[in-house]
Design a protein around this ligand. Structure first.
Ligand SMILES: [Zn+2]
Length: 214
């Protein structure tokens, strides 16, 4: 299913144009090599022939993995009708449909689904880690460069909070997060068929809305 095509891109460093090969779709089960190139970022990495600088170019991409039953649409736009028609029956069979805004979000999301984790639970664990970090005065919110899911071992999620050169890990039991989700199920509901964007901003928006109402 993987397909590549030529497109013109503008070098973010020197501003000159050149032609690159981009992928419109990747099926990880059919092409494990392409899956690895997505996870390393190499699929999106290009080198400018003029100034020789490497950079990441995010093009719209459909990433699917039938083994883990999910489809991710990498784009800032809603998916095209063609994709929605194709995935509707899959959603009914329990496949997860998601949209990701950035390459980093895509890579993290693939890791979450390959670990057979619920991404809403992961986002809540990331949010809880963030709050704990701030409450315990480990650093200021503006110093945090990222909050990342790393992996899950024996029912414990490992979340990393990074500040430029430093970092801190949080170990969050999945059982604790599942309870938190159950207690407030309506808040965390997602409409799978509409390719929801489940990320840190989404989780923060859920808590902001609740604060607004209170
Ligand atoms: Zn250049």
């Amino acid at each position: 299913m993987g397909q590549s095509r030529k497109t013109v891109c503008v070098c973010p460093y020197c501003g000159r144009q050149f032609e690159i090969d981009v992928w419109d779709s990747v099926n990880a089960a059919a092409d494990p090599h392409e899956r690895d190139r997505v996870m390393s970022g190499d699929l999106f990495r290009h080198s400018c022939p003029h100034c020789k600088t490497d950079f990441l170019f995010r093009n719209d991409l459909v990433y699917m993995d039938p083994r883990f039953r999910f489809v991710i649409w990498l784009s800032e736009k809603d998916p095209m009708d063609q994709l929605v028609q194709y995935t509707r029956p899959l959603a009914k069979q329990g496949w997860k449909l998601r949209r990701c805004n950035t390459i980093a979000e895509l890579i993290e999301k693939i890791q979450i689904f390959e670990d057979r984790m619920d991404d809403v639970a992961v986002e809540l664990a990331k949010y809880d880690s963030f709050i704990e970090f701030i409450d315990n005065k480990k650093g200021k919110p503006e110093d945090i460069t990222s909050v990342e899911y790393q992996r899950t071992d024996n029912g414990v999620m490992k979340i990393n909070i990074r500040m430029d050169d430093k970092g801190m890990s949080f170990l969050i039991p999945t059982g604790m997060i599942e309870e938190e989700l159950e207690e407030d199920a309506a808040r965390f509901e997602v409409n799978n068929e509409e390719f929801p964007c489940i990320n840190g901003d989404w989780m923060i928006s859920l808590f902001k809305e609740a604060d607004g109402k209170a």
